[in-house]
Ligand binder design. Structure first.
Ligand SMILES: Cc1ncc(COP(=O)(O)O)c(C=O)c1O
Length: 463
């Protein structure tokens, strides 16, 4: 491994080679990530990102249909967020003083609680979704004096140790054990299984994504969440909504919970909360939960996080809510989601490898399935044997070549996530549908799609 100056010197002489900082990233941060992007032929160098558009050094314009996993509800670098951050810096106000009352946090907490409604009345701020989940684990234990945590199969709640203990997929867990004890799963949308577990009265909380994101964009049956909440109440278990992906109008309402008539005891927000430029997360909770954690003077700082109420994140959060509502992006998400799903269903109907197009607002998924016809099944199964994610990555690679950033769901390699910024327009949605239709036509009718998979497999081995 060379020293930084050696690396920079080498790049200076190469035309079209990675820049010095890219090489330093490769050298010092995560070489395997660079390798993976190279294998997928997605290692573009972005120079400017605005709204739904990403511009690359080699002159390409790419549309973002992933939104950084539901971070960019407002699109990239929204002027209102950029201006709010610049203003806050220019103000030279208290930041990280840790010895004052940060009023901006109060203002943001008030706005969040009013919009969330229901039981929540207090907010704990932190800096990531996982950190929010960790807080929810601690708070629900403190409130119920129980240790158990219940989660749904297929869930994604984050990769810190506690949050990871609430995710069953061995891919994420391998070599990081042991997990937190007394964490158990139930099948998603199965009330009988849920009641069996809850009736043991061992569980402090049931944590659930109102629409499962990485599990495959699974929208629950209409009554599931309401019934699950009622069961939780019956057995003294807190009902916790992980709205890290679904919150901030992603599904058309401020919270996805609002579609399902539930009033969670805790709600976790992150990702789009602060407009896509600065980390922030929030755990909204009832007064009763707050009291059981911070209930006396001596416990005022019993759970904190250094950057939690920092003024930049708070200003960005206020600006994000304001911009989302001024631009009526909830309504737009509902309308654009309907439009996208209708167009996708029409374009993809009749293809045997497309199982379903589903979603809520602008959190959507296209589920693929194993083909029946032998001519398709043989290559499909062969590549699935090499790696179960191979098929999906060829889809993602093809779409990237056509000018779209997408990804398969992290816990379900057969579902392509379709979650553009909420500002996406019909022209962009139409272009996306055309691109997906072309890729799907190709996977059914041309050997090129499958030879691409072969190329991908070879690059993965040789790289
Ligand atoms: C539903 C959900 N919860 C929690 C998390 C963890 O958030 P973070 O990556 O900010 O820690 C994620 C991340 O993708 C998520 O999708």
């Amino acid at each position: 491994m060379g020293r930084p100056s050696d690396v920079l010197a080498t790049t200076a002489t190469k035309i079209g080679a990675p820049t010095g900082t890219d090489l330093l990233y490769q050298d010092r941060v995560n070489p395997q990530w660079v390798r993976l992007l190279d294998v997928l032929q997605m290692n573009a160098r972005y120079t400017r990102c605005e709204g739904t558009e990403l511009f690359t050094e080699d002159g390409r314009r790419i549309l973002d249909f992933l939104s950084g996993y539901c971070v960019h509800n407002l699109g990239h670098n929204h002027p209102a967020i950029v201006d709010a951050l610049k203003d806050e810096l220019d103000r030279r106000g208290p930041a990280m003083l840790q010895s004052h009352v940060p009023g901006l946090a109060g203002e943001l907490a008030d706005k969040l609680c009013w919009r969330a409604g229901g039981r929540v009345n207090k907010v704990f701020f932190c800096s990531s979704g996982s950190e929010g989940v960790e807080a929810a684990i601690k708070f629900s234990r403190a409130h119920t004096h129980r240790n158990g945590m219940l989660y749904a199969e297929g869930a994604f709640h984050g990769l810190t140790c506690g949050a990871l203990s609430l995710m069953g997929d061995p891919f994420w867990r391998e070599s990081f054990g042991p997990m937190l004890p007394e964490t158990e799963s139930v099948p998603y949308a199965n009330l009988e299984a849920l009641e069996r577990k809850l009736s043991t009265r061992r569980f402090a909380a049931f944590i659930v994504e109102p629409v499962q994101g990485e599990g495959g964009v699974r929208v629950p049956p209409p009554a599931y969440l309401e019934m699950a909440q009622a069961l939780c109440r019956r057995y003294g278990t807190l009902f916790v909504a992980d709205e890290v992906q679904t919150g901030m109008y992603r599904t058309g309402r401020f919270l996805a919970s609002h579609h399902f008539n539930v009033e969670p005891d805790m709600v976790i927000l992150a990702k789009a909360l602060s407009g896509g430029l600065i980390p922030s997360a929030a755990v909204l909770m009832s007064d009763e939960v707050y009291e059981s954690v911070y209930g006396s003077l001596g416990r005022a700082i019993v759970h904190t996080s250094t950057y939690s109420e920092n003024s930049l994140a708070m200003r960005a959060g206020l600006a994000a809510i304001d911009a989302l509502e001024r631009e009526r992006l909830g309504d737009r998400a509902l309308a654009a989601g309907d439009f996208l799903r209708t167009r996708l269903r029409a374009a993809l109907s009749g293809y045997e490898m497309v199982r379903e197009v589903r979603g809520l607002g602008l959190l959507n998924g296209i589920e693929f399935q194993t083909p029946h016809k032998l001519a398709l099944r043989a290559p499909f199964e062969a590549f699935a044997k090499i790696h179960p994610g191979m098929f999906g990555q060829v889809v993602v690679m093809r779409l990237f070549r056509q000018g779209f950033v997408t990804q398969m769901c992290g816990n379900n390699f057969m579902v392509l996530k379709v979650s553009p910024p909420l500002i996406v327009n019909e022209r962009e949605a139409d272009a996306f549908v055309d691109a997906v239709a072309e890729v799907v036509e190709m996977m059914h009718c041309s050997g090129t799609f499958w030879s691409e998979a072969l190329g991908l497999a070879q690059r993965a081995i040789l790289k």
